[in-house]
Design a binder for this molecule. Structure first.
Ligand code: SAM
Ligand code: ZN
Length: 276
């Protein structure tokens, strides 16, 4: 169903921007820059000089918390809706941008019967190694969404779930009429967790705009309640941008409450590329 690594690739060298070719277990450009496939099968195309920190992106603990929470199935209704939107559009080359440990890529492989090549990119090496290990049929790379080492117009579908992006790069790597599916938090997302942290919790502002050069074609609003156990509540907290505001006593309070129903609120926005 899925294709293995091909000798002529969709990758470009992050150092000199010429195309990369697979020679045995390394990708090599015409200027002889080498990038070895890791034992898990992923490729690190983030050279040190492009890193802003030693360990950019989510750390190992955040990645593990995310995997534990997602694999418990709490976001599965949203993930299935994502997979359905992918399936309807029958892409050939799909990129999961800021894919983390690969949960949505695995859901797409599980729920989309059509043949496609799945790619995932994230700046966090731990997350990519974990994603690649679990899904050998997909192709994962370490890179930044600000400099995507893919050839122009390679993808016909980009998925972005709670992840940062760069409009220019999105437009460049997508084919004309390619799709961009973005999942962002709706106003009430994780409201009950926020109430533990902020005395005046505010609803998420709606991210209304679509990227420049794209037209919105569909919006789905998905919301439902979840009741994670105390340990999973902390894992969920670790996935949020407000985790750093939760000190020990707040975390204890979140764990101690006997029952906690938490609202989820997701906005799925499907847009089509209209211009270059
Ligand atoms: C909130 S997480 C979402 C991960 C995944 N999409 C999910 O929902 O499970 C954001 C992800 O973006 C990654 N990230 C942050 N900055 C990035 C960048 N500049 N380029 C690529 N990925 C980035 C992080 O490492 C992290 O995995
Ligand atoms: Zn090169």
């Amino acid at each position: 169903m899925y294709q293995p690594h091909q000798p002529i690739s969709c990758y470009v060298c992050p150092l000199c921007a010429t195309s990369l070719q697979l020679i045995q277990k390394s990708y090599v450009c015409e200027n002889n820059h080498h990038f070895d496939l890791a034992k898990e099968g992923y490729l690190n195309l983030l050279p040190v000089q492009h890193k802003r920190s030693v360990e950019p992106g989510d750390n190992k603990q955040m990645m593990q918390a995310r995997r534990e929470f997602l694999e418990a199935g709490y976001y599965e209704p949203m993930a299935k809706a994502v997979a359905m939107m992918v399936n309807i559009n029958q892409p050939k080359h799909l990129l999961d941008l800021g894919c983390g440990e690969g949960y949505y890529s695995r859901m797409i492989e599980a729920y989309c019967p059509n043949t496609m090549m799945l790619h995932g990119v994230d700046i966090a090496k731990f997350a990519i190694a974990a994603a690649a290990k679990k899904q050998p049929n997909a192709r994962f790379i370490v890179a930044s969404s600000n400099r995507l080492p893919y050839t122009d117009q390679y993808f016909d579908f980009v998925l972005r779930v709670f992840a940062p992006s760069n409009e220019h790069e999105l437009g460049r790597i997508l084919k004309p009429s390619g799709f961009l599916l973005t999942v962002t938090p709706g106003p009430r997302h994780l409201w009950q967790l926020k109430e533990f942290i902020y005395t005046d919790a505010k609803e998420h502002a709606l991210e209304n705009g679509v990227a420049q050069g794209f037209d919105r074609i569909d919006t789905q609003h998905i919301s439902y309640k979840i009741a994670p156990n105390p340990q999973q509540r902390i894992a969920l907290l670790q996935m949020t941008p407000f985790a750093w505001r939760a000190n020990e006593s707040v975390q204890q309070a979140i764990k101690d409450v006997a029952e906690l129903e938490i609202e989820t609120d997701f906005i799925l926005t499907l847009a089509i590329k209209t211009a270059d």
